[in-house]
Design a protein around this ligand. Structure first.
Ligand SMILES: Nc1ncnc2c1ncn2[C@@H]1O[C@H](COP(=O)(O)OP(=O)(O)OC[C@H]2O[C@@H]([n+]3cccc(C(=O)O)c3)[C@H](O)[C@@H]2O)[C@@H](O)[C@H]1O
Ligand SMILES: Nc1ncnc2c1ncn2[C@@H]1O[C@H](COP(=O)(O)OP(=O)(O)OP(=O)(O)O)[C@@H](O)[C@H]1O
Ligand SMILES: [Mg+2]
Length: 249
Protein backbone atom coordinates (compact mmCIF):
# COMPACT_ATOMS: atom_id res chain seq x y z
CA UNK A 1 0.00 0.00 0.00
CA UNK A 2 2.81 2.38 0.91
CA UNK A 3 4.36 1.92 -2.56
CA UNK A 4 1.03 2.57 -4.30
CA UNK A 5 0.47 5.70 -2.24
CA UNK A 6 3.96 6.99 -2.92
CA UNK A 7 3.51 6.34 -6.61
CA UNK A 8 0.39 8.55 -6.76
CA UNK A 9 1.87 11.23 -4.50
CA UNK A 10 5.07 11.39 -6.57
CA UNK A 11 2.99 11.70 -9.71
CA UNK A 12 1.06 14.59 -8.20
CA UNK A 13 4.23 16.35 -7.07
CA UNK A 14 5.81 16.05 -10.52
CA UNK A 15 2.66 17.33 -12.19
CA UNK A 16 2.35 20.34 -9.90
CA UNK A 17 6.05 21.17 -10.25
CA UNK A 18 5.86 20.96 -14.04
CA UNK A 19 2.84 23.26 -14.00
CA UNK A 20 4.72 25.83 -11.92
CA UNK A 21 1.86 25.83 -9.40
CA UNK A 22 2.33 26.58 -5.71
CA UNK A 23 0.02 23.88 -4.34
CA UNK A 24 -3.26 21.98 -4.62
CA UNK A 25 -6.92 22.51 -3.72
CA UNK A 26 -9.89 20.13 -3.37
CA UNK A 27 -13.59 20.26 -2.50
CA UNK A 28 -14.19 18.28 0.70
CA UNK A 29 -17.69 16.80 0.90
CA UNK A 30 -17.53 14.42 3.83
CA UNK A 31 -17.48 11.52 1.34
CA UNK A 32 -14.78 8.94 0.73
CA UNK A 33 -13.31 10.10 -2.60
CA UNK A 34 -12.52 13.63 -1.46
CA UNK A 35 -11.28 12.24 1.87
CA UNK A 36 -8.71 10.13 0.06
CA UNK A 37 -7.74 12.97 -2.29
CA UNK A 38 -7.23 15.28 0.71
CA UNK A 39 -5.16 12.69 2.59
CA UNK A 40 -2.90 12.17 -0.44
CA UNK A 41 -2.57 15.93 -0.88
CA UNK A 42 -1.52 16.43 2.73
CA UNK A 43 1.17 13.77 2.23
CA UNK A 44 2.57 15.33 -0.91
CA UNK A 45 2.01 19.01 -0.24
CA UNK A 46 2.07 19.74 3.49
CA UNK A 47 1.55 23.46 4.01
CA UNK A 48 0.45 23.95 0.43
CA UNK A 49 -2.81 22.04 0.15
CA UNK A 50 -6.21 23.49 0.79
CA UNK A 51 -9.64 21.95 1.41
CA UNK A 52 -12.87 23.75 0.61
CA UNK A 53 -16.16 22.74 2.22
CA UNK A 54 -19.02 24.08 0.10
CA UNK A 55 -22.44 23.24 1.54
CA UNK A 56 -25.47 23.54 -0.71
CA UNK A 57 -28.44 22.21 1.25
CA UNK A 58 -25.90 19.77 2.68
CA UNK A 59 -26.68 17.50 5.63
CA UNK A 60 -25.24 18.49 8.99
CA UNK A 61 -23.64 15.03 9.26
CA UNK A 62 -21.75 15.41 5.98
CA UNK A 63 -20.57 18.88 7.01
CA UNK A 64 -19.41 17.54 10.37
CA UNK A 65 -17.57 14.64 8.67
CA UNK A 66 -15.89 17.07 6.25
CA UNK A 67 -14.79 19.32 9.11
CA UNK A 68 -13.57 16.37 11.13
CA UNK A 69 -11.50 15.23 8.14
CA UNK A 70 -9.70 18.54 7.59
CA UNK A 71 -9.07 18.86 11.33
CA UNK A 72 -7.69 15.31 11.58
CA UNK A 73 -5.45 15.86 8.56
CA UNK A 74 -4.48 19.28 9.91
CA UNK A 75 -5.35 20.62 6.48
CA UNK A 76 -6.02 24.34 6.04
CA UNK A 77 -9.56 24.88 4.74
CA UNK A 78 -12.25 27.36 3.89
CA UNK A 79 -15.95 26.84 4.47
CA UNK A 80 -17.94 28.57 1.74
CA UNK A 81 -21.72 28.32 2.14
CA UNK A 82 -23.22 28.29 -1.36
CA UNK A 83 -26.88 27.49 -0.68
CA UNK A 84 -28.01 31.07 -1.21
CA UNK A 85 -25.90 31.48 -4.37
CA UNK A 86 -27.47 28.31 -5.76
CA UNK A 87 -31.01 29.34 -4.83
CA UNK A 88 -30.58 32.78 -6.37
CA UNK A 89 -29.24 31.30 -9.59
CA UNK A 90 -32.05 28.74 -9.88
CA UNK A 91 -34.69 31.41 -9.20
CA UNK A 92 -33.19 33.74 -11.80
CA UNK A 93 -33.15 31.04 -14.47
CA UNK A 94 -36.64 29.83 -13.59
CA UNK A 95 -38.03 33.38 -13.69
CA UNK A 96 -36.65 33.85 -17.21
CA UNK A 97 -37.86 30.51 -18.54
CA UNK A 98 -41.30 30.68 -16.98
CA UNK A 99 -43.53 28.07 -18.68
CA UNK A 100 -40.50 26.76 -20.60
CA UNK A 101 -39.07 25.45 -17.32
CA UNK A 102 -39.00 21.68 -17.83
CA UNK A 103 -40.13 20.00 -14.64
CA UNK A 104 -39.12 16.59 -15.99
CA UNK A 105 -35.49 17.74 -16.19
CA UNK A 106 -35.64 19.83 -13.03
CA UNK A 107 -33.96 17.37 -10.68
CA UNK A 108 -30.91 16.96 -12.92
CA UNK A 109 -30.79 20.65 -13.78
CA UNK A 110 -30.67 21.49 -10.09
CA UNK A 111 -28.15 18.74 -9.31
CA UNK A 112 -25.70 19.65 -12.05
CA UNK A 113 -25.93 23.36 -11.27
CA UNK A 114 -24.81 22.63 -7.71
CA UNK A 115 -21.76 20.73 -8.96
CA UNK A 116 -20.90 23.56 -11.37
CA UNK A 117 -21.27 26.29 -8.76
CA UNK A 118 -18.81 24.37 -6.58
CA UNK A 119 -16.48 24.02 -9.54
CA UNK A 120 -16.55 27.79 -10.24
CA UNK A 121 -15.80 28.48 -6.60
CA UNK A 122 -12.89 26.03 -6.49
CA UNK A 123 -11.34 27.54 -9.61
CA UNK A 124 -11.66 31.06 -8.17
CA UNK A 125 -9.69 29.96 -5.12
CA UNK A 126 -7.23 27.98 -7.23
CA UNK A 127 -6.43 31.06 -9.27
CA UNK A 128 -6.14 33.17 -6.17
CA UNK A 129 -3.52 30.90 -4.62
CA UNK A 130 -1.87 29.67 -7.86
CA UNK A 131 -2.94 26.14 -6.89
CA UNK A 132 -4.16 23.28 -9.11
CA UNK A 133 -7.64 21.80 -8.67
CA UNK A 134 -7.55 18.14 -7.66
CA UNK A 135 -10.41 16.04 -9.04
CA UNK A 136 -11.78 13.11 -7.05
CA UNK A 137 -13.07 10.86 -9.83
CA UNK A 138 -12.24 7.18 -9.38
CA UNK A 139 -12.06 4.46 -12.06
CA UNK A 140 -15.69 3.35 -11.57
CA UNK A 141 -17.14 6.87 -11.83
CA UNK A 142 -14.95 7.72 -14.80
CA UNK A 143 -15.94 4.59 -16.70
CA UNK A 144 -19.67 5.03 -16.07
CA UNK A 145 -19.63 8.82 -16.53
CA UNK A 146 -21.15 9.25 -13.09
CA UNK A 147 -20.17 12.90 -12.63
CA UNK A 148 -21.32 16.30 -13.83
CA UNK A 149 -19.58 17.39 -17.00
CA UNK A 150 -17.55 20.49 -16.10
CA UNK A 151 -18.86 20.22 -12.55
CA UNK A 152 -17.12 17.75 -10.27
CA UNK A 153 -15.71 16.30 -13.51
CA UNK A 154 -13.68 19.48 -14.08
CA UNK A 155 -10.19 19.46 -12.59
CA UNK A 156 -6.52 19.93 -13.34
CA UNK A 157 -5.48 16.46 -12.25
CA UNK A 158 -7.19 13.19 -11.32
CA UNK A 159 -5.00 11.20 -8.92
CA UNK A 160 -7.72 8.58 -8.19
CA UNK A 161 -8.44 7.91 -11.86
CA UNK A 162 -7.07 4.35 -11.78
CA UNK A 163 -8.45 3.24 -8.42
CA UNK A 164 -11.60 1.11 -8.20
CA UNK A 165 -14.07 2.11 -5.50
CA UNK A 166 -12.83 -0.78 -3.37
CA UNK A 167 -9.26 0.47 -3.71
CA UNK A 168 -10.41 3.95 -2.70
CA UNK A 169 -11.80 2.44 0.53
CA UNK A 170 -8.67 0.35 1.18
CA UNK A 171 -6.29 3.27 0.67
CA UNK A 172 -8.48 5.59 2.75
CA UNK A 173 -8.61 3.13 5.62
CA UNK A 174 -4.84 2.73 5.49
CA UNK A 175 -4.45 6.51 5.64
CA UNK A 176 -6.65 6.75 8.74
CA UNK A 177 -9.89 8.16 7.28
CA UNK A 178 -12.63 8.04 9.94
CA UNK A 179 -15.12 5.18 10.28
CA UNK A 180 -17.94 7.70 9.82
CA UNK A 181 -16.69 8.39 6.27
CA UNK A 182 -15.65 4.79 5.55
CA UNK A 183 -19.06 3.42 6.53
CA UNK A 184 -21.44 5.77 4.72
CA UNK A 185 -23.15 5.06 1.40
CA UNK A 186 -21.52 6.88 -1.53
CA UNK A 187 -23.76 9.80 -2.45
CA UNK A 188 -23.51 12.86 -4.64
CA UNK A 189 -25.76 14.56 -2.06
CA UNK A 190 -27.53 16.43 -4.85
CA UNK A 191 -31.03 15.55 -3.68
CA UNK A 192 -32.48 14.01 -0.59
CA UNK A 193 -31.93 10.28 -0.30
CA UNK A 194 -29.70 10.11 -3.39
CA UNK A 195 -27.14 7.31 -3.42
CA UNK A 196 -24.80 6.49 -6.30
CA UNK A 197 -25.81 2.83 -6.46
CA UNK A 198 -29.56 3.54 -6.37
CA UNK A 199 -29.28 6.12 -9.14
CA UNK A 200 -26.98 4.10 -11.40
CA UNK A 201 -28.93 0.89 -10.78
CA UNK A 202 -25.74 -1.11 -10.27
CA UNK A 203 -23.43 -1.70 -7.29
CA UNK A 204 -19.82 -0.52 -7.05
CA UNK A 205 -18.89 -4.14 -6.32
CA UNK A 206 -20.20 -5.09 -9.75
CA UNK A 207 -18.61 -2.10 -11.48
CA UNK A 208 -15.25 -2.85 -9.85
CA UNK A 209 -15.48 -6.54 -10.80
CA UNK A 210 -16.40 -5.60 -14.38
CA UNK A 211 -13.36 -3.29 -14.53
CA UNK A 212 -11.15 -6.12 -13.28
CA UNK A 213 -12.43 -8.22 -16.18
CA UNK A 214 -14.41 -10.59 -13.96
CA UNK A 215 -17.80 -12.10 -14.75
CA UNK A 216 -20.80 -10.26 -13.33
CA UNK A 217 -24.56 -10.75 -13.86
CA UNK A 218 -25.70 -9.79 -17.37
CA UNK A 219 -28.11 -7.16 -16.07
CA UNK A 220 -25.31 -5.27 -14.30
CA UNK A 221 -22.94 -5.63 -17.26
CA UNK A 222 -25.61 -4.20 -19.58
CA UNK A 223 -26.18 -1.19 -17.33
CA UNK A 224 -22.44 -0.50 -17.05
CA UNK A 225 -21.93 -0.75 -20.83
CA UNK A 226 -24.89 1.54 -21.45
CA UNK A 227 -23.69 4.15 -18.90
CA UNK A 228 -20.21 4.01 -20.45
CA UNK A 229 -21.50 4.48 -23.98
CA UNK A 230 -23.88 7.31 -23.10
CA UNK A 231 -21.15 9.23 -21.30
CA UNK A 232 -18.40 8.90 -23.94
CA UNK A 233 -18.66 12.65 -24.68
CA UNK A 234 -17.69 13.47 -21.08
CA UNK A 235 -14.30 11.80 -21.49
CA UNK A 236 -13.43 13.63 -24.74
CA UNK A 237 -12.24 17.10 -25.60
CA UNK A 238 -15.30 18.75 -27.29
CA UNK A 239 -14.97 18.25 -31.05
CA UNK A 240 -15.18 20.85 -33.81
CA UNK A 241 -15.27 20.56 -37.59
CA UNK A 242 -12.02 20.08 -39.52
CA UNK A 243 -10.61 23.34 -41.00
CA UNK A 244 -12.72 24.39 -43.97
CA UNK A 245 -11.24 23.77 -47.42
CA UNK A 246 -12.76 25.40 -50.48
CA UNK A 247 -15.26 23.01 -52.05
CA UNK A 248 -16.10 21.22 -48.76
CA UNK A 249 -19.82 20.79 -48.19
N1 LIG B 1 -23.68 12.93 -27.14
C1 LIG B 1 -23.31 14.08 -26.56
N2 LIG B 1 -22.26 14.75 -27.05
C2 LIG B 1 -21.85 15.90 -26.46
N3 LIG B 1 -22.44 16.42 -25.36
C3 LIG B 1 -23.49 15.79 -24.86
C4 LIG B 1 -23.98 14.60 -25.42
N4 LIG B 1 -25.04 14.17 -24.69
C5 LIG B 1 -25.21 15.08 -23.70
N5 LIG B 1 -24.28 16.07 -23.78
C6 LIG B 1 -24.10 17.24 -22.88
O1 LIG B 1 -23.88 16.72 -21.58
C7 LIG B 1 -24.88 17.19 -20.69
C8 LIG B 1 -25.24 16.04 -19.74
O2 LIG B 1 -24.14 15.70 -18.94
P1 LIG B 1 -24.11 16.20 -17.43
O3 LIG B 1 -24.32 17.66 -17.40
O4 LIG B 1 -22.89 15.68 -16.78
O5 LIG B 1 -25.43 15.55 -16.80
P2 LIG B 1 -25.94 14.06 -16.63
O6 LIG B 1 -24.94 13.05 -17.09
O7 LIG B 1 -27.29 13.99 -17.19
O8 LIG B 1 -26.07 13.99 -15.06
C9 LIG B 1 -24.96 13.91 -14.20
C10 LIG B 1 -25.00 12.61 -13.43
O9 LIG B 1 -23.86 12.52 -12.60
C11 LIG B 1 -24.28 12.36 -11.26
N6 LIG B 1 -23.34 13.06 -10.40
C12 LIG B 1 -23.15 14.40 -10.59
C13 LIG B 1 -22.29 15.08 -9.76
C14 LIG B 1 -21.63 14.40 -8.76
C15 LIG B 1 -21.83 13.04 -8.63
C16 LIG B 1 -21.15 12.32 -7.52
O10 LIG B 1 -21.00 11.11 -7.56
O11 LIG B 1 -20.81 13.06 -6.58
C17 LIG B 1 -22.68 12.37 -9.46
C18 LIG B 1 -25.67 12.94 -11.19
O12 LIG B 1 -26.39 12.46 -10.07
C19 LIG B 1 -26.22 12.51 -12.54
O13 LIG B 1 -26.63 11.18 -12.53
C20 LIG B 1 -26.05 17.62 -21.58
O14 LIG B 1 -26.81 18.62 -20.94
C21 LIG B 1 -25.33 18.12 -22.82
O15 LIG B 1 -24.90 19.44 -22.60
N1 LIG C 1 -20.43 19.94 -0.02
C1 LIG C 1 -19.31 19.85 -0.74
N2 LIG C 1 -18.24 20.61 -0.42
C2 LIG C 1 -17.10 20.52 -1.13
N3 LIG C 1 -16.94 19.72 -2.16
C3 LIG C 1 -17.95 18.93 -2.53
C4 LIG C 1 -19.20 18.94 -1.85
N4 LIG C 1 -20.01 18.05 -2.44
C5 LIG C 1 -19.31 17.50 -3.45
N5 LIG C 1 -18.07 18.02 -3.50
C6 LIG C 1 -16.99 17.67 -4.45
O1 LIG C 1 -17.53 16.87 -5.50
C7 LIG C 1 -16.82 15.63 -5.55
C8 LIG C 1 -17.67 14.55 -6.13
O2 LIG C 1 -18.57 14.06 -5.18
P1 LIG C 1 -18.66 12.49 -4.89
O3 LIG C 1 -19.91 12.31 -4.12
O4 LIG C 1 -18.44 11.71 -6.13
O5 LIG C 1 -17.39 12.18 -3.97
P2 LIG C 1 -17.29 12.04 -2.40
O6 LIG C 1 -18.43 12.73 -1.75
O7 LIG C 1 -15.94 12.55 -2.05
O8 LIG C 1 -17.35 10.46 -2.17
P3 LIG C 1 -18.62 9.50 -1.99
O9 LIG C 1 -19.87 10.28 -2.07
O10 LIG C 1 -18.48 8.52 -3.09
O11 LIG C 1 -18.43 8.91 -0.63
C9 LIG C 1 -16.36 15.42 -4.11
O12 LIG C 1 -15.33 14.48 -4.02
C10 LIG C 1 -15.92 16.83 -3.74
O13 LIG C 1 -14.65 17.12 -4.27
MG1 LIG D 1 -20.37 12.29 -2.08
Amino acid sequence: MEARINYIVNWMQDYVDDAGADGVIVGVSGGIDSALAAALMQRGFPGRSLGVIMPINQTVTDQADALDLVHTLDMPYYGIELTETYQTQIKTIQAQLQEQWNTEQEQLVRANLQARIRMGTLYALAQNFNYLVVGTGNKAETYTGYFTKYGDGASDMEPLRNLTKKEVYQMSEYLGVSDAILNKQPSAGLWEGQTDEKEMGVSYDHIDAFLRGEDIPNKSADIIKSLHKRSAHKREVPPGPMPYRKGDA
